[in-house]
Design a protein around this ligand. Sequence first.
Ligand SMILES: NC(=O)c1ccc[n+]([C@@H]2O[C@H](COP(=O)([O-])OP(=O)(O)OC[C@H]3O[C@@H](n4cnc5c(N)ncnc54)[C@H](O)[C@@H]3O)[C@@H](O)[C@H]2O)c1
Length: 304
Amino acid sequence: MKALITGSNGFIGSHLSTEFEKNGYEVIKSDLTEGGGNIAMDIMNPAVIQSVLEKYKPDVIINMAGQANVGLSWKKPQLTVQLNTVGLINILESVKAVNSEIRVIAIGSSDEYGSLKESGSNVTEDIPVKPVTPYAISKQAQELFAQLYVQSYGMDICMIRLFNLGGAGQSKGYMISDFSSGIAEVELGKKDVMSVGNLESARDYTHVKDACRAVRLIVEKGHVGEVYNICSGTTHTVQEVLDKLIAMAKTEIKVVQDPARMRPSDTPVVCGNHDKLTAHTGWQPKYGIDEILKDALTYWREQN
Ligand SMILES: NC(=O)c1ccc[n+]([C@@H]2O[C@H](COP(=O)([O-])OP(=O)(O)OC[C@H]3O[C@@H](n4cnc5c(N)ncnc54)[C@H](O)[C@@H]3O)[C@@H](O)[C@H]2O)c1
């Protein structure tokens, strides 16, 4: 089996390449620029996508390229929709033109569920989505296009909604990587204290390696046209994550709460339900929060 991975230089894309290679796939890695085993394939350029499909003839495309940052999506909504929504349409149009039998995996986010208020404790795929950020709207829109191409052209597409991930290689801008990099900096004396915001919210965290195994199983066993949550089905509060990381630190960590970052979340708990994924593929998470945090902290110690 030949798998074309877009965004393979990114956090998830790099782990995904390893997961597929380890499991006997021939992997074509692609990102904006060539190098380190990657080919260059800009998902904004349909002609380039088509020529890659004609040349490499993949059996499956996993689209990990995109604009993954919710904060940036408020500053750059056009770019976010271009990369996350138009990027997938470019891939789908290229697949339709070259070989519509290629399986495509479209990557969405738990952010599509949006403001869940008090009803976030068992988030199944069929609860109504209410996207409330440009990022979430771009992800919901790409999913709707994926569904449209399944219904209108009979294409072989599975859709994924990824919940919070953690592990080695995640950039700053996510809670686990921000805390881990902060602790690594305090350990090295680069700063004295860690500044934190609201510690109450409880979220669902999956190890990036478990998520990548889930993506591979969806490639192999996922049903056409289905949306799959990838989540652990358990939650941890921000306070719990912070306490665990502080317990792993090599030095005393002073924490200050930054009033500017104390916005209360209107969704106290987000806990995903992965029953459909498990029923269709047998997937279960293997790693818990401790491994997620240990791998994130080790990564940030190596970066500093
Ligand atoms: N990280 C998470 O916790 C998380 C959670 C939910 C969903 N997601 C989604 O998963 C996907 C991957 O996320 P990530 O964290 O690995 O992001 P990332 O930013 O680490 O990687 C994205 C990759 O896409 C590449 N890219 C950007 N524009 C491109 C273009 N025009 N053509 C080709 N490549 C391009 C970038 O160079 C980068 O290597 C994104 O769609 C993101 O929204 C991530």
